[in-house]
Write a protein that binds this ligand. Structure first.
Ligand SMILES: Cc1cc2nc3c(=O)[nH]c(=O)nc-3n(C[C@H](O)[C@H](O)[C@H](O)COP(=O)(O)OP(=O)(O)OC[C@H]3O[C@@H](n4cnc5c(N)ncnc54)[C@H](O)[C@@H]3O)c2cc1C
Length: 480
C-alpha cells in the first residue's frame, strides 16, 4: 500500500491551494538546482506545495518516538512519516509462527532500560516473563555437554566478569559515556579480542564466553570492548543484571507497543516509500523518494539505521556520517530464527557455542506436546536461517537427535532497509564519530538506536535517540 494512512485525529487537507502552487513553482526550481530531477514528475509540484513541518524517514522505534514526542509538545505540527517497507517496526518484527506470537528482531524489555520501561508503564503493557532454562548446553571436550543452568551460569559469570574490570571507573555514569573520557579513550581503542588476549584464557574457557564476545559482537576482532562494557555498566556492573535484560516481553508484541505510540503521534504515515535523496537549502528540506516524488518539510528526522545512511544521497554531511555507515554499526551478519523442534527429553534447553559456529545462541521459548519452540541467533554469513535442513544440521551440533519441523528466520544484514541487525560498535566508534552524528545538521537530525548514548543496540536506545531528535527538531523549527 502506498497511499497515506491518516492516523485518527489528523486534521487538514494536503490538497494544494492556488497560492501554494505558485510557491511550489519556486520550490521546484530550487529543488532542481539542488540536484533533484523533479521535471517530468506530475506528483512533484503537488507534493512540494504541501510542505510539512516535519518529515520523519523511517517508522522504527526511533522515528515513531520522535513523531509522538513532537506531537505531544506541539499539537499543531504537520508531521509525516515516510517508511520504505510495507510495515512499521524496522528491526522489530512481530510475526505468527506455529501458533505462537514471536519476534524476529527486538523482543525483551527491562526496568533497567529506562526509556522503553517508561513506554511499558505509559501504555500499561502486560508482560510475559520467559522462564529460565532447565538445562544449559555449553562447549566441552571439542563438542558440547549439558549442565545444570546454575552451574553453567556461575562458571560463565566468573569468566565474563574480568573483561569489565575498571568499568565502574571508566563508565562511572553509564548513560553519560564521556563522563570519564580520559579513562575511556584507551579502552575504546580495544577490540574484545585484545581484551581476551590480555586475559590469556585457555581455548576451553574462552569458548564459554565467546557466544557473547564473538556472537553478540559479530566477531571478537571487530566488536569493541567498550560496547560490551557499557551494557555491563548499564546493567549494574554485574552478571545477574546483564543476563536479566532478556526476560520480559510485551504480551502485545513490539508491534502492539509501536501501534499505540503511532496512534498518539497522530501523524500521516506513508508505507512503501523508500527515500533516496535529502537536501537542505537552509530554509526547507527536500526529500526525494524512489518513486520520484519530492516532499518538502521545514525539518527532517532521518530515522533509518546507520548502516543505511550511505544508500541515501545527502546534499552535504560531515565525513563522520559516511565513514560510520561504511564501517557499519549494525552487525552485518546478524540473523535470528524461531524454530519448531522435536526430540527426546529436550527440556527447556539453552545453548551457547564458540565463535565461528553456525548458531551462537539458543534460547528456549515454549515447550509443547508437539515439540519445543526455540529462538536461535547466528552471525554465520553462510547459514540460511530459513532452511529446515541447514538449521537441523546446525542444531544437531547441540542436540544430536533433534529434528526440525519448521523454521521462520530473518537475515537482517541481507534486508535492504536494515543492512545489519542489532548495533555493536567497533573500536573507536564511541569516542570517534558518535558525538558528531548525534548533532543536528542544519534542518536535518538523525535518530536511531545505533547512535544512542545509552542502550544503543536496544529498543531503549532507539527511544532515547528519537527523544533527542525531537528536541533538536524543535530547535530547527525555532520552537525550542
Ligand atoms: C535479531 C535482533 C534481536 C534484537 N533483540 C533485542 C531485544 O531483545 N531487546 C531490545 O531492546 N532490542 C533488541 N534488538 C535491537 C532493536 O530491535 C533495535 O535496536 C531497534 O529496533 C532499532 O530501532 P531504530 O528505530 O533505530 O531502527 P529500525 O528499527 O531499523 O528502524 C528504521 C526504519 O527505517 C526504515 N528505512 C530504512 N531505510 C529507509 C529509506 N531509505 N526510506 C524510508 N524508510 C527507511 C526501515 O524500514 C525501518 O522501519 C534486536 C535486534 C535484532 C536485529
Amino acid at each position: 500500500m502506498t497511499s497515506d494512512q491518516h492516523i485518527p485525529g489528523q486534521k487538514g487537507s494536503l490538497r494544494p491551494s492556488r497560492r501554494s502552487i505558485i510557491k511550489a513553482a519556486g520550490a521546484t526550481a530550487l529543488a532542481t538546482s539542488l540536484g533533484f530531477a523533479t521535471a517530468g514528475h506530475a506528483a512533484a509540484e503537488d507534493d512540494i506545495a504541501a510542505t510539512r513541518d516535519v518529515l520523519i524517514v523511517g517508522a522504527g522505534f526511533a522515528g515513531i518516538t520522535a513523531a509522538r514526542e513532537l506531537r505531544s509538545r506541539f499539537p499543531k505540527l504537520k508531521i509525516q512519516i515516510l517508511e520504505a517497507r510495507d510495515r512499521i517496526g524496522g528491526r522489530t518484527w512481530t510475526r505468527a509462527f506455529a501458533g505462537e506470537q514471536v519476534e524476529l528482531g527486538g523482543t525483551w524489555v527491562d526496568p533497567k532500560q529506562r526509556n522503553i520501561w517508561r513506554e511499558v508503564q505509559r501504555y500499561k503493557l502486560e508482560l510475559t516473563e520467559d522462564a529460565g532454562p532447565t538445562r544449559a548446553i555449553f562447549p566441552a571436550n571439542g563438542g558440547f555437554a549439558s549442565f545444570a543452568p546454575e552451574e553453567a551460569f556461575a562458571r560463565q559469570a566468573e569468566l565474563l566478569t574480568p573483561l569489565f574490570d575498571g568499568s565502574q571507573q571508566y563508565f562511572e555514569r553509564p548513560y553519560e559515556p564521556f563522563y570519564r573520557e580520559d579513562l575511556l579513550n584507551p579502552i575504546d581503542r580495544m577490540s574484545l579480542r585484545d581484551k581476551l588476549d590480555q586475559l590469556k584464557y585457555s581455548a576451553a574457557d574462552e569458548a564459554w564466553v565467546s557466544a557473547t564476545t564473538g556472537g553478540y559482537a559479530g566477531s571478537s576482532t571487530t566488536g569493541s570492548l567498550s560496547q560490551l562494557a557499557q551494557w555491563w555498566a548499564l546493567s549494574g556492573w554485574n552478571y545477574e543484571g546483564y543476563l536479566s535484560v532478556n526476560t520480559w516481553r510485551p504480551k502485545v508484541g513490539t508491534a502492539g507497543l509501536l501501534k499505540a505510540m503511532l496512534a498518539d503521534a497522530d501523524a500521516t504515515l506513508r508505507l512503501n516509500t523508500p527515500v533516496t535523496q535529502i537536501a537542505d537549502d537552509g530554509k526547507r528540506v527536500f526529500v526525494r523518494t524512489a518513486a520520484g516524488q519530492t516532499y518538502t518539510a521545514r525539518s527532517v528526522v532521518v530515522a533509518v539505521p546507520a548502516n543505511v545512511w550511505n544508500t541515501i544521497k545527502f546534499s552535504s554531511l560531515p565525513s563522520e556520517f559516511g565513514a560510520l555507515s561504511t564501517a557499519g554499526t549494525g552487525v552485518r551478519t546478524a540473523k535470528k530464527a524461531v524454530v519448531h523442534v522435536t526430540g527426546k527429553d529436550l527440556g527447556r534447553f539453552y545453548a551457547e557455542a564458540p565463535e565461528g559456529s553456525p548458531i551462537s545462541l539458543v534460547v528456549p521459548f515454549s515447550e509443547r506436546s508437539d515439540g519445543n519452540i526455540i529462538i536461535t541467533f547466528s552471525v554465520d554469513p553462510n547459514l540460511d536461517v530459513n532452511s529446515t535442513a541447514q538449521m537441523q544440521t546446525a542444531l544437531r551440533g547441540f542436540v544430536p537427535d533433534l529434528n526440525v519441523v519448521s523454521v521462520l528466520g530473518q537475515n537482517w544484514g541481507g534486508a535492504n532497509y536494515s543492512l545489519g541487525g542489532w548495533s555493536f560498535r567497533k573500536p573507536g566508534q564511541l569516542t570517534g564519530p558518535l558525538r558528531t552524528v548525534q548533532r543536528r545538521q542544519g534542518l536535518i537530525t538523525f535518530a536511531t538506536s545505533d547512535i544512542a548514548s545509552g542502550w544503543n543496540g536496544f529498543m531503549d536506545g532507539a527511544i532515547e535517540s528519537g527523544l533527542a531528535a525531537a528536541v533538536q527538531t524543535a530547535e530547527a523549527l525555532g520552537l525550542a
